[in-house]
Design a protein around this ligand. Structure first.
Ligand code: FEO
Ligand code: CA
Ligand code: CA
Ligand code: CA
Length: 685
């Protein structure tokens, strides 16, 4: 058995390994939560006073958003809440329906190879939807709410479900991480090719059919981007000595993207895929005096020193082909141009993809920083003003960042190159409800050569170290952010942090042994997102009725208890959708998250603080990725890793944990779920 803490140093919780082992949150601390919220509520009086004015203006019709103005705050979340679920099913509120769309393995391109459960080849998967669906966006075609491009991330893989019918897997005990090595310690090339192709991004056209069901449509836009797709390195790190490799001796290109968690959509209508827990895909066994000798740009990110890497050992593919060997970041050649010591430095970025140009080369936008990007969220764009976006680093005690462009937004003219020059900032949350953005730029806040930061490229490759240096606030695992398009309020999910001690608590991360998480929000004077200071409060401390708290007062109840907020999306009506990732909980789970049942999604009214559970999902999954069509009448969400809770022994016995979505005895599949309201109304009402 592997030592998970050692082998998966940065993402044990991100993959849900830890929850079941955690001690019960100490309920004797309850009073503290309320004390904290009382202090915050006092502050909020000032903050929300400004927001209330905005909201009044909204209802008065001063904004021209679509359905936004049709909803009063009382009917914003008008559906009847669904109960906590312990079943292997999808549950939506009364009056709503769902269908499955775009599950793992469905063909989208090439000669449309058919899905064969646990038996497809790597070459086939390069034309099929990948695994572990995560961030998702619907790009309308000609403004249509019934015909568009769905773009979605595939965060990671569950190898045993990809290979379930293959030799070495079928009938053999495999946990959710394990892969097969041969007697020489090498891996089968096609299995590796399959795993690489099950990562990345899927782009496919989907349209509502005459029977009301949505279907995948064969289309020239349909495309798979995988962990092997050629990519450009853009921004200040382009050409840096830190990204020169055998593949790209001038440091301008790399291959692939992995662990694409959440996403972002730019004001110029392109898609950004985040590279979150990428470090474990690499192995660096370089030693000095028989001890690991990793450069700081590997060590601070948790690049594995295990000869097989922290994950799937792709560099052990038997053929030794260059596309596989590159996952070995050990210093082997005479210079960086002769090996892949710098390959991990070409990961940890936000990747821009133009879904409307299937021939386009994805670009890694390095000025947004290098870390475990959960996703990215753009502030409402203002013509003639800089572009502003935010991104969280999802690991325990990591930071939240903001980028402000140098150039200003010009509709029809601005493209992704605007992200290549500007200033990256990191957040400091003061206990008094104010906050400030600290610039991570040469010569600012002590980021000088004398302090170890040679230039901008060096700062960006070592973003976490720069954040350490300037004294950023260590957060409880920042996950998705979202912006209320009507008020400009930013929300960020802080999912949990079981390692925070009482001595490490602060006002924004107020709980020790934080199993349940919280959602923070902030605003700026005059709604100006370029400003260096802001006002924040906690929208909700998640948990059960005994230990949750709302900014508006009171606690969560049977209709609203939740834990571990992860996905967030504020729709055009200012409805805040909250998705949970408590790890891979199954029906037999026992532990601090037992009260909450299976992962699902809730909706909140930010103006009133009301929260209701909207949906629950099958066994083992987390609910992640949410977007609606522009008319607000069709929603797309993803279920990731159904069946992940199944033990190795269960797998060997042919019990795959969950039947979702086929329920026919084959392996469970990650899938997109389409949700509609039976009366054709807005989702959430
Ligand atoms: Fe991939 Fe932070 O969830
Ligand atoms: Ca998560
Ligand atoms: Ca997860
Ligand atoms: Ca996530």
């Amino acid at each position: 058995m592997k030592d998970l803490e050692q082998d998966y140093p940065d993402y044990t919780e991100a993959m849900g390994y830890e929850h079941g082992d955690e001690p019960q949150c100490n309920n004797s601390d309850n009073r503290n939560f309320y004390d904290v919220m009382e202090a915050r509520v006092a502050r909020r009086g000032f903050l929300m006073g400004g927001l209330a004015t905005v909201a009044t203006g909204l209802i008065g019709g001063t904004l021209t958003g679509k359905a936004a103005l049709a909803q009063s705050t009382s009917s914003l979340i008008g559906f009847t809440a669904v109960p906590v679920s312990f079943e292997d099913t999808v549950v939506v509120p009364e009056g709503y329906s769902f269908q499955i769309l775009g599950a793992l393995g469905e063909p989208i391109s090439g000669d449309m190879p058919a899905y064969r459960p646990g038996a497809n080849t790597g070459a086939e998967r390069e034309h099929q939807i990948g695994q572990c669906h995560d961030g998702i966006h619907y790009f309308p075609i000609e403004g249509s709410s019934e015909d568009g491009l769905l773009v979605l991330n595939h965060e990671y893989i569950e190898p045993r479900f990809l290979h379930a019918e293959k030799e070495g897997y079928k009938g053999v005990a495999h946990d959710k991480r394990s892969v097969v090595y041969d007697a020489d310690g090498m891996r089968d090339d096609d299995e590796v090719r399959m795993e690489i192709a099950s990562h990345g991004i899927s782009v496919y056209r989907t349209a509502k059919q005459s029977d009301g069901q949505w279907a995948i449509v064969a289309d020239p836009h349909n495309r798979r981007i995988t962990a092997n797709t050629p990519m450009e390195i853009g921004g200040p790190v382009r050409g840096s000595s830190l990204v020169r490799t055998k593949y790209s001796p001038d440091g301008t290109a790399t291959r692939g993207t992995v662990n694409n968690c959440a996403h972002g959509v730019t004001p110029w209508n392109t898609y950004l895929a985040a590279e979150e827990n990428w470090a474990g895909y690499f192995s660096n066994t370089t030693e000095l005096d028989q001890k690991p000798d990793l450069p700081r740009e590997h060590a601070r990110y948790g690049v594995s020193t295990n000869p097989n890497g922290g994950r799937y050992g792709w560099h052990k593919a038997k053929s030794g082909a260059d596309e596989y060997v590159r996952w070995d970041a050990t210093t082997r050649g005479a210079s960086a141009a002769e090996d892949y010591r710098n390959e991990p430095n070409t990961y940890g970025w936000m990747v821009e993809i133009d879904p409307f140009d299937p021939e386009s080369t994805p670009v890694k936008r390095t000025h947004l920083g290098r870390f475990a990007h959960e996703g990215v969220v753009f502030a409402p764009v203002v013509e003639g003003a800089p572009v502003v976006c935010y991104s969280g680093d999802d690991a325990r005690f990591e930071y939240i960042y903001k980028f402000v462009s140098d150039d200003v937004f010009v509709p029809g003219d601005t493209d992704g190159s605007i992200l290549d020059s500007g200033t990256l900032y990191v957040a400091k949350f003061n206990d008094d409800g104010t906050g400030e953005w600290l610039a991570l730029a040469p010569g600012r806040n002590g980021l000088t050569p004398a302090n170890g930061f040679a230039d901008l490229a060096d700062i960006l490759v070592n973003t976490r170290l720069a954040g350490d240096h300037v004294g950023a606030t260590k957060m409880d695992r920042p996950e998705w952010g979202t912006v209320d398009p009507n008020t400009g309020t930013l929300f960020f999910a802080l999912t949990n942090n079981s390692r925070r001690t009482q001595a490490q608590t602060d006002a924004v991360n107020p709980r020790a042994e934080n199993n349940f998480g919280q959602i923070v929000r902030w605003n700026y004077e005059n709604n100006d997102h370029t400003k260096a200071s802001f006002e924040w409060d906690l929208f909700v401390l998640a948990g059960n009725a005994r230990n949750s708290a709302l900014a508006t007062g009171g606690a969560l109840n049977d209709d609203s208890i939740f834990a571990c907020p992860d996905g967030l999306w504020c729709d055009g009506d200012s409805r805040l959708w909250i998705q949970t990732d408590m790890g891979d909980l199954g029906p037999d789970y026992e532990g601090p998250l037992k009260d909450f049942g299976m992962n699902g999604m809730l909706a909140a009214n930010p103006a009133t603080g009301e929260i209701k559970r909207f949906l629950t999902g099958p066994w083992g999954q987390e609910t992640t990725g949410v977007v609606a069509t522009p008319d607000g009448k069709t929603m797309f969400i993803n279920f990731q890793h159904p069946g992940a809770h199944a033990s190795a022994e269960q797998f060997a016995a042919g019990d795959f944990g969950s039947g979702f979505p086929d329920y026919d005895g084959t392996v469970p599949r990650c899938a997109t779920v389409v949700i509609t309201k039976d009366d054709g109304g807005f989702i959430g009402t």
